[in-house]
Design a protein around this ligand. Structure first.
Ligand code: BES
Ligand code: ZN
Length: 444
């Protein structure tokens, strides 16, 4: 096993689940792991405490006249459940079929470490990096980067850079170099409806009392019309229409045909807003999704009950020009309007984050594309991402810096799901990519 792979397996063994308070020390252990690794490479490292998980900042000695590159990544991971669906333990990484299987292998420890190991390799080969570097690694991305935003505001001056590099995004197909120049935003909410004071016998009282599970179903069913459009009033008011050049360019992107999407998702049929291709629906159109729904008896067999309450978790993905707070208010108004009588409604707001879009053809975008071409041996495709990394728009607003997204996550890497995996091929490509892209940026 290579020393690089050994480093990654050690990093993956730390169960840094940021949302779970039982893992606070593990998240910290990951920050310590990075501190040791980065200082061992000769970088100046600071670990900043926050009210939540730590922020790791590392830099080389900056020299006048060089480009400054900020490298961002996150070392926290998503929870592992449903644990019974994993073929091997999530924090005991295994190598099978040329892939590393573990929680965080792709999102984001594998991709983050590939960059760090690229830096290490360049430092070993040349004794220095070609650019001024700032590494910024956080442990709260999966829970909304709550402490990183005020950190950016406080450290605006010392985080000043020319460009930001992020590998926390996707690659459309194996071997197809992919540069992301946009992300969808997000706004989340939870809806609870309460009916009777307790669960009731559905025969003794059913028919005379409103059922909260039915109320939730009616609310959720009102989110879309028959054609797949979101039916929330004013939902599309601010949406920026797709540019013709993007629609043309995306037609050529591999891995996004209806057959590809059916295969990778396992969906029986595709469904979505009519008039748009799959790529357009995912990358440039807003959505309203139910992430969880519950209420009433879920155990074995039947139980004739009229539940006292029911709930749904909702997230809307947003596109440029849509403001999270505005969409959240429209969602709440819609839910209140469609809540049937006889139940009491509670609407709770959750995470939010803005969408992001940049010009993929500026000098930094072109440099990144040259690097991708060198490493993968073919022209990169340019995409926007359907997922969200809210801090990237915050970087733009607070620091005034654009981000290059050089993702290595394959469509079947199963991030946030059981059996998350990262190919060794992409891990090695990521190490090389870091080396080449810094040289390309240095030569601008
Ligand atoms: N790395 C993902 C986002 C992602 C995945 C972007 C694939 C592009 C392609 C990130 O870690 C993530 O999951 N973000 C959350 C954000 C939320 C918790 C605010 C998301 O998108 O749900
Ligand atoms: Zn994630």
């Amino acid at each position: 096993m290579t020393p690089e792979l050994e480093d990654l397996l050690n990093f993956l063994r730390i169960p840094s689940i940021s949302t779970d308070s039982a893992h606070v020390e593990d998240v910290k252990a990951c920050a310590d792991f990075l501190e040791a690794k980065l200082s061992g490479m000769g970088l100046q490292v600071e670990v900043h405490k926050t009210p939540g998980h730590p922020i790791v900042v590392a830099r080389n000695e900056h020299q006048e006249g060089r480009q400054t590159v900020l490298l961002y990544g996150h070392y926290d991971v998503q929870p592992v459940d449903p644990i019974e669906l994993w073929d091997s333990a999530p924090f005991e990484p295994e190598i099978r079929e040329g892939k590393i299987w573990a929680r965080g292998s792709t999102d984001n420890k594998g991709q983050l470490l590939a960059h760090v190991l690229g830096l290490e390799k360049t430092l070993k080969e040349r004794g220095e990096l070609p650019v001024n570097l700032i590494c910024l690694f956080e442990g709260e991305e999966e829970i909304g980067s709550v402490n990183l935003v005020p950190f950016l505001e406080r450290h605006r001056a010392s985080l000043k850079a020319d460009v930001i590099l992020v590998s926390d995004t996707g690659m459309v197909a194996p071997g197809v170099p992919t540069m992301g120049y946009g992300l969808r935003g997000i706004t989340c909410a939870e809806v609870y409806v309460k009916g009777p004071g307790m669960d009731l016998h559905s025969g003794v009282y059913g028919g005379a009392v409103a059922n909260p599970a039915t109320a939730i179903a009616r609310i959720v069913a009102s989110f879309h019309d028959e054609s797949g459009k979101v039916a929330i009033e004013g939902f599309y008011d601010e949406v920026e229409p797709l540019a013709e050049w993007e629609r043309e360019m995306w037609k050529e992107v591999p891995g996004m045909s209806p057959a590809d999407l059916k295969k990778v998702t396992g969906a029986r049929e595709l469904f979505g807003e009519s008039g748009y291709t799959g790529a357009e629906q995912i990358w440039a159109r807003p959505t309203c999704e139910v992430n969880g729904i519950g209420g009433g008896y879920q155990g074995e067999g039947s139980k004739t009950v009229l539940p006292a309450e029911a709930m749904a978790k909702i997230s809307c993905r947003l596109v440029p020009n849509q403001k999270p707070a505005v969409i959240l208010a429209k969602l709440e108004a819609h839910v209140r309007k469609h809540c049937p009588p006889g139940v009491e409604l509670h609407f709770e707001e959750g995470h939010s984050g803005g969408s992001y879009v940049a010009d993929p053809h500026d000098v930094f975008g072109k440099a990144a594309q040259r690097a991708l071409k060198t490493v993968f041996g073919r022209e990169p495709v340019l995409i926007r991402e359907g997922g969200s990394i809210p801090i990237i728009q915050d970087f733009k607003e607070i620091l005034g810096i654009d981000t290059l997204m050089l993702g290595l996550a394959l469509p079947d890497c199963q991030i946030h799901a059981p059996n998350e995996n990262f190919t060794i091929e992409n891990f090695e490509a990521g190490i090389r990519l870091n080396q080449v892209v810094l040289d390309e940026i240095a030569n601008i």
